[in-house]
Ligand binder design. Structure first.
Ligand SMILES: NC(=O)c1ccc[n+]([C@@H]2O[C@H](COP(=O)([O-])OP(=O)(O)OC[C@H]3O[C@@H](n4cnc5c(N)ncnc54)[C@H](OP(=O)(O)O)[C@@H]3O)[C@@H](O)[C@H]2O)c1
Length: 255
């Protein structure tokens, strides 16, 4: 009864970090199509404006707010701007991320800090900034973008794997801590999708061959194939789901 209604996010205020490109862009467009007011947030102003303008052109509502998720001050400014404008935040997708392909012996402390600060520390800081508003409302949906590489590992990009394992664990810790306030904290763990992040892997013939062998569906995901999972976790359809890690990976993590 009314099951379809449960998937609606009409007039809900949703922040998508890294919403200018790839998976973030697809989720921003998808949430807007389903009625959310979307805040597109990342560093490159021209690109966040492009995504926000596309949403508006499609009849939706969006604003572009610059943020560097490595910078705590920038996060506070971004969230303050959103709360000033809309008075609340209902949905947060911690999606901004980087994945440099470097072997450990070529990885220096700056590389480590860059990956851990962008992919992991940022989720702590943005979630905390947004939870103030969500706890007041006694409702809120936080979706952290993890990865199959938070569960399994790859031979390149050790700090990336560590950051995504941290994301899965942070998801569970926050889910437990914030359940009494009615917040849902979940994680989407994508496999390999066709975005800029995986361009290098797709151009490397032997890596591509391995991935196609490993992925039971024998192909990369398309960014729009992440959107339904995000809508489920962002909407009332998932009200009894918290602390979950949802793999969207064409079967990559099965074996
Ligand atoms: N693509 C995949 O196959 C895959 C697989 C597993 C997990 N994931 C995860 O899914 C998320 C999105 O990946 P994607 O493939 O869509 O990546 P992408 O196409 O490279 O886009 C990354 C986004 O993050 C933003 N970003 C990076 N550093 C930032 C910072 N310091 N502050 C604010 N924004 C920042 C980028 O914008 P600016 O550079 O302009 O700031 C961009 O919008 C990431 O967390 C990634 O780890 C992706």
């Amino acid at each position: 009864m009314g099951y379809l209604e449960n998937f609606k996010v009409v007039d809900e205020v949703a922040i998508v970090s890294g919403g200018s490109k790839g998976l973030g862009r697809a989720m921003a467009l998808g949430l807007a199509e389903c009625g959310a007011k979307v805040v597109v947030a990342s560093r490159t102003v021209s690109l966040i404006e492009e995504t926000a303008n596309e949403i508006i052109k499609n009849g939706g509502e969006a604003i572009a707010v610059p943020v560097d998720v490595k910078n705590p001050q920038s996060i506070e400014q971004m969230v303050a701007q959103v709360v000033d404008r809309y008075g609340r935040v209902d949905i947060l997708i911690n999606n901004a991320g980087i994945a440099p392909m470097k072997k450990t012996m070529e990885t220096d402390i700056e590389d480590w800090n860059d990956v851990l600060n962008t992919n992991l520390k940022s989720a702590f800081l943005v979630s905390k900034a947004v939870a103030r508003s969500m706890i007041r409302q006694r409702r809120g949906k936080i979706i952290n973008m993890g990865s199959v590489l938070g569960h399994m590992v790859s031979g390149v990009s050790m700090p990336y794997c560590v950051s995504k394992a941290g994301i899965a664990h942070m998801t569970k810790a926050l889910a437990l801590e914030w359940a009494p306030y009615g917040l849902n904290i979940n994680c989407i763990a994508p496999g390999y999708f066709e975005t800029e992040m995986t361009a290098e892997a797709r151009e490397d013939e032997s890596h591509l061959k391995f991935l196609k062998f490993k992925i039971p569906f024998k192909r990369f995901g398309k960014p729009e194939e992440i959107v339904s999972a995000a809508l489920f976790l962002a909407s009332s359809a998932s009200d009894y789901v918290t602390g979950a890690v949802l793999y969207i990976d064409g079967g990559y993590s099965i074996w």
